[in-house]
Structures are given as structure tokens and as C-alpha cells.
Design a protein. Structure first.
Length: 218
């Protein structure tokens, strides 16, 4: 059950402030360009960021971290470069599908993609093989500076444990909570998502470590 008699605006703001004061600014998403961020968002599925960094370093070493170079690259070579990210054959196919979309629809330019409105662009991203809501929203927020709140397992866990939403809440229902009760602000959504990741990693684990958590008692 949701918490009653409490302003969603206030409690969401209180949670953000508590996390921000405790962890500080996170400066997400790591990446030197919008394209690098998009590649990272696809490669980070089912792995940790350290492995993604190794895969991206491999691509950079071959001076291939651009849409056209990767689009022309044979599957086996691409899969070999991204091997550290795990599931490398699957992810190579997903990355190629994204590159097909980027090169065919936007001539390989993330800036061209950015000019589209959120709603239509999100639908088009979700039509790309291997891109689900979390990956699509990560690309929209972190690569294209669109005010879309990214929902992940950490966010669901923290919000359900604090009785803001049911444990089985759907992706879009939880996302709508943030969209409806917070300003649609890129920097706010960027920091908030990153802060959920931090508290999820350090405190709100599958077996929670509540002592010392910045949200303890909230």
C-alpha cells in the first residue's frame, strides 16, 4: 500500500535531499560523448559498470567509438571487443540493432536524434531489438538530456520498502510517480537515479543494511 496523508511531492523531495546530503553529487553518466553513453547503456545490461568500461576501452583502443565505424564492423570483431561486458554475442546484436537505427534514421548523429520529442523518440527506441524501458530511458536521460526518470531494481526496492508503492509495482506506474510529483528536470532526474543506485548498493540490498542508511527512519 502507498503511504497515506503525506504529500508525494514532499516525501520524494525529502528522500532526494537526504540521499544528496549523504552521498553528494554523482556526476552520472560516465562517458565522453552522447554516443559513448548510449553504447554504455546497452552494454551495462546484466553486468557491472567496471566490465562495461573494459569493453569501451577496447573499442577506443581500435579508434572505433563512433557510429559509422561500429556499424561497419563485422559481428565477430564487435563481439570480441565487447567480450568483457558479458553476453557479448547477444549484446553485439543489440548494439548493431541500435546502430542500424541510429545510422538509418539519424545518419549516425546523436544530435539529430536529440531534436526529436521525447514521446515519439521513446517509442522508436523501444522498437529497437534488445532495448527495453530502462535502457531506452537511460539513453534519453543521460545521452540526450531528456527529462525522463530511469527506473531500475534499486529504485523499486527502495520505494517499496518505504511503502511508497507496492512491491510488484510496474515500471511505468513507478516512473509516473516521479514524473507527476517532481519537476521535469534533467539534472534532478539524473542525480536522483544515481543516488538510488548508491543507496541500493550500500544499504538497501536484498538483505538490507539499515543502520547508518540516510533514509533510516523515513
Amino acid at each position: 500500500m502507498e503511504k497515506k496523508h503525506i504529500s508525494h511531492n514532499k516525501i520524494l523531495t525529502d528522500i532526494y535531499n537526504a540521499l544528496y546530503q549523504f552521498f553528494g553529487p554523482q556526476q552520472w553518466w560516465p562517458g565522453g560523448s552522447a554516443f559513448e553513453v548510449a553504447v554504455g547503456a546497452i552494454l551495462t545490461q546484466n553486468t557491472n559498470w567496471g566490465n562495461v568500461e573494459k569493453a569501451i576501452t577496447n573499442i577506443k583502443a581500435k579508434k572505433s567509438l563512433n557510429a559509422r565505424a561500429l556499424h561497419k564492423m563485422p559481428h565477430k570483431r564487435l563481439a570480441s571487443l565487447i567480450r568483457p561486458a558479458g553476453y557479448f554475442n547477444v549484446k553485439a546484436k543489440r548494439l548493431t540493432s541500435f546502430l542500424d537505427f541510429l545510422c538509418n534514421d539519424f545518419k549516425g548523429s546523436m544530435q539529430r536524434m536529440k531534436k526529436n520529442d521525447i514521446s515519439s523518440l521513446r517509442k522508436r527506441l523501444l522498437s529497437v531489438h534488445g532495448i527495453g524501458p530502462e535502457t531506452a530511458d537511460s539513453i534519453l536521460l543521460y545521452a540526450l538530456d531528456k527529462p525522463v526518470f530511469v527506473i531500475d531494481a534499486y529504485t523499486k526496492r527502495v520505494m517499496s520498502r518505504h511503502k511508497m508503492v507496492p512491491e510488484n509495482v510496474g515500471y511505468h506506474d513507478l516512473q509516473e510517480l516521479f514524473h507527476k510529483h517532481l519537476p521535469l528536470d534533467v539534472q534532478l532526474f539524473n542525480e536522483y537515479h544515481a543516488l538510488f543506485v548508491m543507496v541500493g548498493k550500500h544499504h538497501c540490498k536484498p538483505r538490507p543494511k539499515c543502520t547508518g542508511c540516510p533514509l533510516e527512519g523515513m
